[in-house]
Design a protein around this ligand. Structure first.
Ligand SMILES: [Zn+2]
Length: 114
């Protein structure tokens, strides 16, 4: 159990509306903001969510690579697959950029006819 995150989750729940709590119980993850903790090189997004397993609200930051992220319950340690909505846009942008780079390098790497 992550005592710090568990305590922060309880504090964050107090700022949530009844509608938000209901949404979280249906599986929605509420974005709390980017935070930088000690020893981290960058800020990471924190989310508040409902743990179906231990019936507590939990707070966590996204773990893993951008394509496959997860949140871990601060109480029981259960892992939830979670990919933020904006990730698909980032991936789309990267795919576009990559296909452009390939086309570009193709054009200029081609050897002139002998
Ligand atoms: Zn849990």
């Amino acid at each position: 159990m992550n005592v710090t995150y568990a305590a922060e989750a309880q504090a964050a729940v107090k700022t949530m509306s009844g509608w938000q709590k209901l949404q979280m119980r249906r599986g929605k993850k509420v974005y709390l903001g980017h935070e930088q903790r000690e020893g981290w090189t960058e800020k990471l997004p924190f989310y508040l969510f409902w743990c179906e397993d231990c019936k507590y609200f939990a707070k966590d930051y996204t773990h893993g690579y951008i394509e496959k992220q997860s949140l871990i319950c601060s109480h029981c340690g259960l892992r939830y697959d979670f990919t933020p909505w904006w990730v698909s846009w980032v991936q789309l942008w990267q795919a576009l950029k990559l296909s452009f780079q390939i086309r570009f390098s193709d054009k200029y790497n081609r050897k002139p006819p002998q």
